[in-house]
Write a protein that binds this ligand. Structure first.
Ligand SMILES: *Cc1c(COP(=O)(O)O)cnc(C)c1O
Length: 396
């Protein structure tokens, strides 16, 4: 059964949702309401990956059930934050944990924590950081679009390249040292040395590993190595709510991060709000992830890559490259390239035709000469459709 069908089956079993669907509580839902066709927003085949633009990954039915179950009662939000944080921390071997509204929010709240600590005046005043620690040091090769979430806190990013430059840049104004997990191969200062420098100068180190599960070692590894904070997306490989994430690390910093968001209203991180549904949904996603058969997933993803490869193999001029990204999105992918003289359609043209067809298919462009396909966000049966459609367009 596809995940989408499992979702609707699970949802239909729940009295509240079943009641909403049929309008008659207690009656079994014959046909769930089809919101996407009603709204004229057709579902897509996602061969691109766990991108926010494509709504991330699909939650497992157990996560959806947990969300629905928690939606029916009130609780004290802070008590639930405490309890969920404690459970997630113990599951992942972190000193402490919290659930913000995504890895982007984790970057903001973690940075705010390093700036304000538990100082109430500072917490009220940021992003005006006059007189506070308001510099973050980052390797030039580790700059990324999401470092805007760090800059939201009113800090200046100071770019360095070597370990010596990094040490010289550290001052009493340094809030933290920022590290992009997937950029580790690019930077001169590797992960272990980076952490050691932070410890030597007593400055927190902060690792963004947002898109780097699976495997979970990409999160637990940096924690064991001694990063003071680690940010993870909830709605990518962990398959939790798309509007949730994890901030893991040192207990005093997690406490300070919590002071910079809900239920406190006069805070910069108030907009990083999560409610009981995201909190418990995220916790259940982590629990499920740790029990999941990841080897079976991997075999299925590899089978899908083979299916698509086989479908296009006899197109004259095609080059087929299966690959697994090094750190982020470390799952089986496929790159297709071709000779523009032998195959007339351009990569952008192929993507447009796939998008316009039914069902609509999304891939990722690999400029200038090809496209990339992620296997892990395809649903059962979709690799066959993707292979056939690509072949038909390229061979035409
Ligand atoms: C996806 C991503 C983010 C943002 O994560 P959300 O959970 O969508 O907020 C931040 N950093 C990196 C490196 C990412 O890949």
């Amino acid at each position: 059964m596809t995940n989408r069908r499992r979702f609707f089956h699970a949802a239909a079993r729940l009295p509240l949702i079943g009641g909403l669907i049929t309008g008659r509580a207690g009656f079994a839902a014959a046909k769930p309401r089809d919101f996407f066709s009603e709204l004229g927003v057709p579902p897509i085949i996602n061969g691109a990956g766990a991108y926010t633009m494509m709504t991330g990954s699909l939650m497992l039915p157990e996560v959806v059930e947990a969300i629905a179950a928690c939606s029916r009662r009130f609780v004290r939000l802070s008590e639930l934050h405490d309890a969920v944080g404690k459970r997630i921390a113990s599951l992942l071997g972190a000193e402490a944990a919290m659930v913000p509204s995504g890895a982007a929010a984790a970057l903001t709240l973690g940075t705010a924590a390093c700036i304000t600590g538990d100082n109430p005046e500072f917490i009220q005043r940021i992003p005006d950081t006059a007189g506070m620690k308001n510099e973050v040091i980052v390797q030039k090769t580790h700059r990324f679009p999401y470092d805007h979430m760090v800059r939201n806190c009113g800090v200046r990013l100071i770019e360095v390249e070597t370990a010596a430059e990094l040490e010289r840049a550290i001052s009493p104004k340094t809030a933290h040292l920022l590290f992009l997990n997937k950029a580790d191969p690019l930077g001169q200062v590797k992960m272990a040395e980076f952490v050691a420098l932070g410890k030597k100068h007593r400055v927190p180190t902060f690792n963004d590993a947002a898109a780097d599960v699976p495997p979970i070692d990409h999160v637990t590894g940096p924690l064991k190595l001694g990063f003071d904070l680690v940010a993870v997306s909830g709605g990518k490989g962990l398959r939790g709510p798309q509007s949730a994430g994890l901030l893991l690390g040192r207990a005093d910093l997690i406490r300070a991060a919590r002071l910079n968001t809900v239920p406190h209203s006069d805070t910069m991180g108030r907009s990083c709000k999560v409610n009981k549904e995201e909190l418990v949904g995220m916790m259940v996603a982590v629990e499920l992830y740790l029990k999941h058969d990841h080897a079976a997933d991997r075999r299925e993803w590899e089978r899908r890559v083979k299916t698509i490869s086989a479908a296009v193999a006899d197109v004259p001029g095609i080059v087929i490259e299966p690959f697994v990204p090094k750190i982020a999105n470390q799952t089986p992918h496929l790159r297709l390239k071709w000779d523009a003289n032998r195959i007339r359609v351009s990569p952008a043209g192929l993507m447009q035709k796939l998008r316009e067809g039914a069902p609509s298919i999304e891939l990722v462009p690999e400029p200038p000469e090809g496209v990339e396909i992620a296997a892990w966000t395809l649903e059962p049966g979709e690799a066959e459709i993707v292979g056939k459609r690509i072949r038909a367009i390229l061979a035409a």
